[in-house]
Design a protein around this ligand. Structure first.
Ligand SMILES: *Cc1c(COP(=O)(O)O)cnc(C)c1O
Length: 394
């Protein structure tokens, strides 16, 4: 077999970022509120314009953005927040951090929210976080219709959906707030970082203050002046600001987004076609209004027993590639039964069933189609080897 592509390495950071980082290091001006034209403020303006949102607030992580969004909604004490049961452990954690209670909603074997369970639980909650997990967009037409009928605010966790659209509209702009991540495994890489966007001036003003715009630092958020004054001294300061260097590292990557999105989609669809030829592998279809921006691929194992799933994972490992089945390890942060920090872990048989046979493989945008062919071949052959050993070439 030809060389196995490395799916973990990041792309190099654009040279323009290095120049700006050295300029900032020479000046020592690392705090967003010490200058008027901080790269953090510039990033906020550029990101809001890119997404077609009125306001953006850059923060230390997507988890911080989710936390601040929840706090800025001004929910009642002890509020319940509906989240998908298939998401990253950071999402229920943000709810617990904000002193609210996560309520888990079933997800289907296409990784998206089960709308029957969603509708059954909506009246029990005060707000909703829709996690577009691994960039799989849940049906936002249905979700927004249900949530507006019941008057529940929607936060979009778009950490893994930057560049994804729904009816041509950017994911993250459909709910009241959209949250994104700049952690290294996402489309834009600052190591750590996050950003939230909204058209609601009052909500963003509250989040700006709570993110750590103490005293009159909010004056450095130029687009929002009127919304701030009434919140002065009334809100806690959680200090979750973004470092200036992180903003300088992200800004030149914004121009690369269209290429990364196009290549990520090309790579995903190329591998998906090959996997779908195998009777043992199924890549769920995207929803019709959705245009995706994947940097990984998920697929379900079909007709395999637990022992065969185990052998399939071993076969891919032997071939030099790591395939993760979300539910088949003791510590996967995307398996809800591992969230032992929440009060009561529900049963959720559909989501559990899906997680026990859903595989996860990184497919970064920098891979070429030859790399993708190698990855697809390893997966398809591992499934054949396990399911039809009599036909497999020794
Ligand atoms: C990565 C991720 C997060 C957390 O982002 P951080 O910036 O690391 O806090 C939340 N939700 C989803 C769906 C993610 O993929």
């Amino acid at each position: 077999m030809s060389h196995i592509p490395n799916v973990y390495d990041a792309e190099p950071i654009p040279a323009a970022a290095m120049e700006d980082v050295s300029r900032i290091l020479r000046s020592g001006d690392l705090f967003r509120y010490t200058s008027d034209n901080s790269p953090v403020a510039l990033l906020e303006a550029e990101f809001a314009a890119l997404m077609g949102s009125k306001y953006a607030l850059a923060v230390s992580s997507c988890s911080a953005a989710l936390f601040l969004s929840l706090k800025a909604l001004d929910l009642p004490k002890g509020a319940r927040v509906l989240i998908p049961a298939f998401t990253f452990g950071a999402v229920p954690s943000a709810v617990v951090h904000a002193d609210f209670m996560p309520v888990l909603c079933e997800c289907g074997d296409n990784y998206r929210i089960n709308l029957d369970d969603f509708e059954a639980k909506i009246d029990l909650v005060d707000a909703v976080i829709i996690s577009h997990m691994r960039g799989h967009t849940s049906d936002m037409d249905e979700i927004m219709a249900i949530c507006s009928a019941y008057g529940k605010p929607v936060i979009e966790d778009a950490a893994h959906s930057l560049g994804t659209t729904w009816h041509g509209r950017n994911i993250g702009t459909i709910g009241k707030v959209g949250c994104f991540s700049f952690q290294s495994y996402k489309m834009l890489n600052a190591g750590e970082g996050g950003i939230m966007i909204s058209d609601d001036a009052d909500l963003i003003a509250r989040a700006v203050i709570m993110s750590g715009a103490y005293e009159h630092n909010w004056k450095k958020h130029p687009v929002l002046q009127d919304a701030f004054a009434k919140w002065q001294n009334k809100l806690p300061l959680y200090n979750q600001r973004l470092n200036t260097l992180s903003a300088a590292i992200i800004r030149p990557q914004l121009a690369e987004l269209p290429r990364r999105v196009a290549n990520g989609r090309r790579n995903h669809d190329h591998v998906a076609t090959q996997l779908n030829h195998s009777p043992w592998l199924a890549v769920p279809e995207k929803l019709a209004p959705e245009e995706r921006a994947p940097d990984s691929i998920q697929f379900n194992l079909v007709g395999m027993s637990d022992a065969q799933i185990h052998d399939f994972i071993a076969a891919t490992t032997d071939a030099g590639m790591k395939v993760q089945v979300f539910g088949q390890s003791t510590d996967n942060a995307r398996a809800f039964w591992n969230w032992q920090f929440i009060e009561r872990i529900p049963q959720l048989p559909r989501t559990r069933e899906m997680l026990m046979r859903a595989c996860d493989v990184r497919l970064p945008a920098r891979l070429n189609l030859d790399d993708c062919d190698i990855i697809a071949q390893i997966i398809v052959e591992a499934a054949e080897q396990v399911m039809t050993p009599e036909l497999a070439i020794a």
